[in-house]
Design a protein around this ligand. Structure first.
Ligand SMILES: [Zn+2]
Ligand SMILES: [Zn+2]
Length: 279
């Protein structure tokens, strides 16, 4: 499986070069942007905040919608994704972390960890709440079905251009921006909370990931739906969940508890373990 993943990974990247060959139009650009936002959202609101952290509740039908859309992003099924992500939080930036720049280096934390074959199988003992749904197990096992469906839809809409921009380019963009949370958001940015890991808050990443860039806030309270705390910490995923809650699609959104003390401002940009000693 590792070899298949690696070949697909390289093939998808090389296929991005077809943008120089296929016809381009505003309609095609809109399809790519739509594909990016829709699947980025499915990863952040679905794979991350719902399946990994259970930060809100929803119906079994909408749960399936989240799982299906997330699977089209070529990041494996929801059970696999949630299992490794829960392990990341349990062992953040220790040698047992799934993807820590501190221990495996930047490339490993970005994409190396899932390309080298060492994480092909997830330990299902930490995702028993998800494994009990046969439809989620089905998607984890047959993840190619949503992927191919999405690619075919893009081809039907825009032909070869639709396939290249709507599927290939937008999938690779979502993949690297998502991976940036595992790599960049543990080395680049500021720290509001003195968490035991290297997590950072990064406004640029927050924009491209629809709110996931407030990663230090997230590591401080991982099971709440909101990652941006201040009004200027834009968190599009959280706002969308509030809208879905208002119309009854999701419910019981977990909000932040005002418990942890933020770091003093002078220490907020220092590396963990190197913050000035309290006086
Ligand atoms: Zn993290
Ligand atoms: Zn998380």
């Amino acid at each position: 499986m590792a070899k298949v993943s690696l070949v697909l990974f390289i093939a998808m990247h090389l296929s991005c070069l077809f943008v120089f060959v296929v016809p381009f139009s505003l309609k095609i650009l809109a399809l790519a942007a739509f594909g990016y936002v829709l699947r980025m959202w499915a990863i952040t609101a679905g794979y991350h905040r719902y399946f990994s952290h259970r930060s809100y509740k929803t119906s079994r039908a909408f749960q399936l919608v989240l799982a299906f859309l997330g699977t089209t992003a070529m990041q494996n099924g929801p059970i696999w994704w949630a299992s490794w992500h829960r392990r990341h939080h349990k062992h953040s930036d220790t040698p047992d972390d799934t993807h820590s720049p501190r221990h495996g280096g930047f490339f490993h934390s970005h994409v190396g960890w899932f390309l080298d074959g060492s994480h092909d199988r997830a330990d299902l003992s930490n995702v028993k709440d998800l494994v009990r749904y046969p439809e989620l197990r089905f998607l984890d096992k047959h993840k190619w079905m949503p992927i191919v469906s999405y690619a075919v839809m893009c081809f039907a809409i825009g032909g070869a251009s639709g396939l290249v921009w709507g599927f290939v380019v937008s999938t690779i963009a979502v993949l690297h921006v998502t991976a940036g949370i595992n790599s960049l958001a543990h080395v680049w940015g500021s720290r509001r909370f003195d968490t035991k890991d290297d997590s950072r808050n990064n406004a640029l990443l927050a924009i491209f990931t629809l709110g996931e860039g407030w990663h230090n806030n997230h590591h401080e309270q991982m099971n709440v739906a909101r990652q941006g705390i201040r009004w200027w910490e834009v968190d599009m995923t959280y706002y969308s969940l509030r809208v879905l809650s208002a119309v009854g699609v999701v419910r019981d959104i977990r909000e932040r508890k005002p418990v942890a003390k933020p770091l003093p401002l002078a220490a907020a940009t220092a590396a963990p373990g190197r913050a000035p000693a309290p006086v």
